[in-house]
Design a protein. Structure first.
Lengths: 225, 447
């Protein structure tokens, strides 16, 4: 018998190793505080706490103008988003799209869709430029945010100073365009099991659309006996 | 039983080349045996161009068929440790994740798809779980990993992975579905394969620490009503989560299917929000902030909001509606034989447990109840199956799930009536597969 097994079989030893007096572990108790982890220091929090709320809560100290932002944009952003924010290849379009949301081809941009300006700052700071994230200064990000607001006609003065003081006050065009989740929806009056009145004519075929990735090895093998 | 069901002999030859292993020796011996038997000619399968695992036997050595004893019945195979971390049979090399290149600008901010047509049971193997990244896979050294919790808490704290692994944990099976699964199908049948129409889903056993246990360590202030989960990758993925969900069944998971998370699935720690859209399951989670209001981050405003026909959009559409799909037959799995065939599929509900699955052979005019083999677990993929006789005529296959809240999987017509066609997200409509007279299966739209 191994030393370990002997130890575990020795009640006195096991009792000192296991938490609690019984041989059954307690349920996970609500509110139990373990001696694990340590306090986060203000410096540590400052390095990671980069988010901004719609009312501006949490916005880092800083400021910038659209005029300043345009210069940064051309160097850091135009390569993917285009010189005019038109979006190259499949990269996101950053301007326009007004009055398209109810159309057959909705164009979702900060001007046409985004409800809060804070989201622009929050996202640009944390994720942009793509593959070079969290390397810009707050001033640069305020300037870029101001530039995007400017090309979307949210602000009309390229020297308007956007800052942590006023980013929560910006009113976005589609602020009222969002509604709460009202699902579950689209429910049938009853669950039909037989002779259901449903259309059964084939009106569309993916094989004809033909956008499924090509792979010669994927060709279906049809073998009938 | 026909020869066409034999798996192809792919890969072994090239793998053996240059390896003085027992496998190489077997290969050599097999060649000799073939000559000795005077049967160098091979039986070509009926479908030389066939895909592996379906019907595509490329070569069959008669020497391995009865009454002969096959090579593997005579000679030694690899010893233990030939592969310290095992891998699937080379005959299953076609069972892989695939992406749709035209969907996104880069692979670093993209998605691929779980090959659900080739899976069995409800558990997804870790290497086949679909990936969705916004800035590529973060390569995190667990020794350098830190989880920070701050905001409206009594005590902002930092935890290491060693700390996390010392908390009590639980293991539970959950499905995880991207809100955009089937998102390319709103306007019509587009992608001809169930991997592409329904493959942004996986189901694994997650092991992790209940988030409520971690929140107890920092003490949420009375005005703390929302959490923001933030990823440590170069997209800094952030989503707002109501406190009630965090205190309910949310996990901070470090393992999937018994092993530590794969890097592409959030190693070393990710959020698990059972039943809710996959985008919120923040990977490589570095920080949780407690707040008194939601953040309206980019991924919950610009993306992952559901545009309706009138131009307004639903926001915070977290729960995944009940959904089901037949994973065989499907475009990748044609009907190969007349007579009896098995329908198999998967069903799930983000609101609870699958109660019933019906299948139809005539496009939804008549339905029969499918079998639901055990186990049937909440917020978990659930298998269903049923037989059908195929006589060579066209068949319109459908499945329809009902969950334990009474929710019924809708038709696309019913969904479009409420939501239009611009939603992108949360398409859980009934899928139709057309089995044509040759046995091929197509993704079609009925109207």
């Amino acid at each position: 018998m191994s030393v370990l097994v002997k130890s575990l079989l020795g009640g006195a030893v096991a009792g000192s190793l296991l938490m609690g007096a019984t041989a059954v572990a307690d349920e996970i108790a609500a509110g139990h505080v373990y001696d694990l982890g340590r306090p986060a220091t203000p410096e540590e929090i400052a390095g990671w706490d980069v988010d901004v709320m719609p009312d501006g809560t949490g916005a880092a100290m800083g400021q910038g103008t659209a005029a300043e932002g345009e210069e940064i944009y051309m160097v850091q952003c135009a390569y993917c988003h285009g010189e005019f924010g038109e979006g190259l290849e499949r990269y996101p379009v950053l301007f326009g799209g007004e009055d398209t949301l109810a159309s057959g081809n909705p164009v979702k941009t900060p001007g046409s869709y985004w409800p809060y300006a804070s989201t622009l700052y929050d996202y640009i700071y944390r994720a942009m430029p793509f593959g070079q994230a969290q390397l810009m200064t707050p001033d640069q990000v305020y300037a870029l945010t101001a530039y995007l607001l400017y090309i979307n006609f949210v602000i009309d003065d390229e020297d308007f100073v956007l800052s942590n003081e006023n980013i929560g006050d910006i009113e976005m065009p589609n602020r009222e365009g969002f509604i709460a989740d009202s699902r579950p929806d689209a429910q049938p009056a009853e669950v039909c099991m037989s002779a259901c009145d449903v259309p059964t004519t084939v009106v569309g075929r993916a094989a004809i659309i033909d956008v499924t990735p090509d792979n010669a090895d994927d060709a279906p093998a049809i073998v009938l006996e | 039983m026909t020869e066409t069901n034999q798996a192809p002999a792919t890969g072994t030859g090239s793998r053996a080349a240059g390896h003085p292993s027992s496998r190489g020796r077997r290969q050599f011996l097999r060649a000799g045996a073939g000559v000795a038997a005077g049967a160098a000619a091979t039986v070509a399968g009926g479908a030389a161009l066939g895909r592996p695992g379906v019907a595509g036997a490329t070569e069959i050595d008669p020497g391995n068929l009865p009454p002969n004893v096959p090579m593997w019945g005579h000679y030694l195979g690899d010893g233990v440790d030939a592969e310290p971390y095992g891998s699937p049979s080379p005959h299953e090399a076609h069972v892989v994740r695939r992406n749709v290149p035209w969907l996104t600008a880069t692979t670093e901010s993209s998605v691929n798809f779980t090959p659900i047509q080739d899976l069995h049971g409800f558990v997804t193997p870790n290497g086949l779980c679909f990936e969705r990244h916004h800035a590529g896979t973060a390569e995190v050294n667990p020794a350098e990993y830190r989880l920070m919790i701050n905001g409206l808490v009594d005590k902002p704290m930092i935890f290491t992975m060693e700390d996390i692994l010392r908390f009590p944990c639980e293991s539970r099976f959950y499905f995880m579905e991207c809100a955009a699964n089937s998102g390319m199908e709103w306007r019509g049948a587009q992608l001809n394969g169930v991997q592409y129409t329904h493959g942004m889903i996986h189901c694994v056993q997650y092991t992790g620490v209940p988030l409520r246990v971690i929140l107890d360590q920092v003490g949420v202030k009375p005005n703390g009503k929302w959490l923001m989960a933030e990823g440590g990758d170069a997209s800094g993925m952030n989503r707002s989560i109501p406190l009630e969900k965090a205190l309910d069944d949310t996990l901070l998971a470090f393992a999937m299917n018994g092993e530590m998370l794969r890097p592409s699935n959030g190693y070393p720690l990710r959020l698990v929000l059972p039943g809710w859209e996959g985008n919120m399951w923040v990977k490589w989670i570095r920080r949780i902030e407690v707040g008194d209001q939601p953040w309206f981050a980019r991924e919950e405003t610009s993306k992952y909001t559901d545009l309706l026909a009138d131009g307004r959009a639903r926001y915070f559409t977290w729960e995944m509606d009940a959904k089901s799909v037949i994973t065989g037959p499907c475009p990748e799995k044609p009907v190969l034989h007349k007579g009896v065939n098995q329908i198999k599929g998967l069903a799930w509900s983000g609101r609870g447990t699958v109660k019933r699955v019906d299948v139809s052979l005539d496009g939804g005019r008549n339905w029969m109840q499918a079998r639901l083999p055990d186990p049937v677990l909440p917020k978990c993929l659930t298998c269903f199956n049923a037989e059908f006789e195929w006589n060579g005529e066209e068949v319109l296959l459908q499945s329809r799930v009902i969950d334990d809240t009474g929710y019924v999987q809708p038709t696309m017509q019913a969904l479009q009536k409420v939501r239009g066609v611009n939603s992108i997200y949360h398409n859980n409509s009934i899928q139709t597969w057309l089995v044509n007279k040759t046995g091929e299966v197509e993704n079609v739209r009925l109207g």
